[in-house]
Design a protein around this ligand. Structure first.
Ligand SMILES: O=C[C@H](O)COP(=O)(O)O
Length: 260
């Protein structure tokens, strides 16, 4: 059984005051980490302060991005080694917003995956589809190609630290147009099949695959009941602490559909 993982992605929202208030509000109210793992990915500016505030809490703080070199003349970038030293465990890589707005290619994402793994950080590799699958079969091939390219050179041992997030960009950010639970599950299933083909069934059954895109209170129960969805990456609906806690409790109460 794969343990569910809930990751709130704040993107570029909140001030440090809002961030601290939010974390103080939820850090003592979460289910035990044996039932569900809960993280929030926050802007780099807030990492140190929030990691310190959550040191004894089940809430973990993740990074939204990192660079693919450990150090050097890279103005404005964030070293994965420095993240690790802060106590950050997960980093989101290859989010569709970074691919689209910051021109991150598959090669860049793959370099970042390696840099994170080498630094001792667990990557959450995001893969995307830009339009509904029924509208273009090429979308499936494209999504699968991002999995293959993003994981190029990652060995079997390292795969134990990788999480994949299926985030169709047509479902991101609207709060309304989510993938249906069966579409979301199909995307996660395809990713798992790709991992089985690239590695083996054991690794495919062990890896956590998250769904992201307009997750909310209404669709989360159904999403979590699906066999290949091991958790969620939540943007907009994670911004309000009370709402985020509600979503975490839905995942915690889910029986989980995972097969492994
Ligand atoms: O990282 C989170 C995803 O971009 C989903 O965002 P959303 O829940 O606002 O659609």
């Amino acid at each position: 059984m794969r343990k569910p993982l809930v990751v709130g992605n704040w993107k570029m929202y909140k001030t440090i005051t809002e961030a601290v208030n939010y974390v103080d509000q939820i850090k003592g109210a979460l289910p035990t980490p044996e039932k569900v793992e809960v993280e929030i990915a926050v802007p780099t500016l807030f990492l140190q302060s929030l990691v310190e505030r959550t040191a004894t809490s089940p809430l973990k703080i993740a990074a939204e991005n990192c660079f693919y070199h450990d150090e050097g003349a890279f103005t404005g970038e964030t070293s994965p080694v420095a993240l690790r030293q802060l106590g950050v465990k997960h980093v989101i890589l290859g989010h569709s917003e970074r691919r689209r707005l910051f021109y991150e290619t598959d090669e860049v994402v793959n370099q970042k995956v390696h840099a994170a793994l080498n630094a001792g950080i667990c990557p959450i590799l995001c893969v995307d589809e830009t339009m509904k699958r029924g509208q273009s079969h090429g979308q499936v091939a494209w999504m699968v190609s991002q999995v293959i390219a993003g994981l190029k050179g990652v060995n079997e041992d390292e795969m134990a630290r990788v999480t994949i997030a299926y985030e169709p960009s047509w479902a991101i950010g609207s709060g309304k147009v989510a993938a249906t639970p069966s579409e979301a599950n199909e995307g996660c299933y395809l990713i798992r099949q790709t991992i089985a083909a690239l590695y083996n069934d054991q690794i495919a059954n062990r890896i956590r695959v998250l769904y992201g895109g307009s997750v909310n209170e209404t669709n989360l129960v159904d999403l979590m009941a699906r066999s290949d969805i091991d958790g969620v990456l939540i943007g907009r609906a994670s911004l309000d602490p009370t709402n985020f806690l509600k979503l975490v409790s839905i995942v915690s109460a889910s029986e989980g559909g995972s097969d492994a």
